[in-house]
Design a protein around this ligand. Sequence first.
Ligand SMILES: Cc1ncc(COP(=O)(O)O)c(C=O)c1O
Length: 385
Amino acid sequence: MDEQKLYPDDFLDLKLNERRAQDALRRLRVADGKVDLCSNDYLGIVTNGLIGAGAGGGGILSLPHGSTGSRLLAGNYPLIERAERSIADFHQAEAGLIFNSGYDANLGVLSCVPQRGDTILYDQLCHASIRDGIRLSFAEAFSFSHNDCEDLERRLRTVRSAGGGTGSGAANGSRIFVVTESLFSMDGDLAPLETIVGLCRTYGAHCILDEAHATGVIGGAGEGLAQSLGLQDECLARIHTFGKAVGCHGAVVLGSERLRRYLINFCRPLIYTTALPPASVQAIADAYRLFPTMRMERERLRQLIGRFRQAGIGYQRLDSHTPVQVVIVPGNAAVRKLAEQLQQAGLDIRPILYPTVPRGGERLRIVIHAFNTDEEIDQLIRLLK
Ligand SMILES: Cc1ncc(COP(=O)(O)O)c(C=O)c1O
């Protein structure tokens, strides 16, 4: 088709051509049956059809596929409130509030909880949804070096000595928020949460924790990092997303009843959007009954991760004990080429390019799943020798 005859939007090419020149143009591709070493379906809930019609029950299909309105209007219903209650109980939180996605949840929490005069300190590798929420917030924000508690403490000290963080417990004064992720999606490492929470206590700061990639994976029942360390009560808000190991879509923000009330009143990505439909919420509720029991799958994941980590390969890799294994291949062209070779060998592994990661840190993000076979991991190792 001749694009010139369509709407004259050629001004968009200016930035697209910049991306092309950096060899970083993003394209959508359809999964085509290769060995899955890239999805976030860590436990295989989606791959093995464990929820919904694929699980042999037509229950979800008979539920409405539309919610007909925002949570504040027609889109609230008993099933969504029951699901929130039981998910909050599972995660040992006073209350939970379901959002349409993890992106919405982070955008919403970060844009409305920290207020004018407050300070947000966030890990430099925090997800785009956290950063976008921070950009919408009226608070001041500074990043700290990835997982670097000394840098975080320096910044906490600086904010305190400038008079910030004096109102942590009271309504007046300014507050400090420390934002991090449990399991970093592009590096596969875990936050030093005990130290971070300790610093929050010392400096009167509030911890906000994104548990997206830890949900279903970290902890004996997949409860996440905070709970597995007994630190759930030290976080102002925990965000668990349902699109990864939970095998569904959506997210929950966990915290106090007061936080829930506040979000219902001030959180625009919750208020001004149509709620998830009952069919989706039933799937989430079913997944929350299932994944805590998937201990064998979590054990199998550990075995496969160990198998991959113990093998020698011809590339530098990051130190990760989680399903996200990272192989550094500097340069967009080089990492694209290696990913293409792996694709041709039948392994679905995607390159992560600059500007998603810093220049020189271009990488293969390899995701190991409970359903991968020993042979698949061995083939991967051979191809990376
Ligand atoms: C750390 C982190 N937080 C939040 C999100 C967004 O979650 P969702 O995909 O449910 O919008 C992602 C998704 O990639 C993520 O990696």
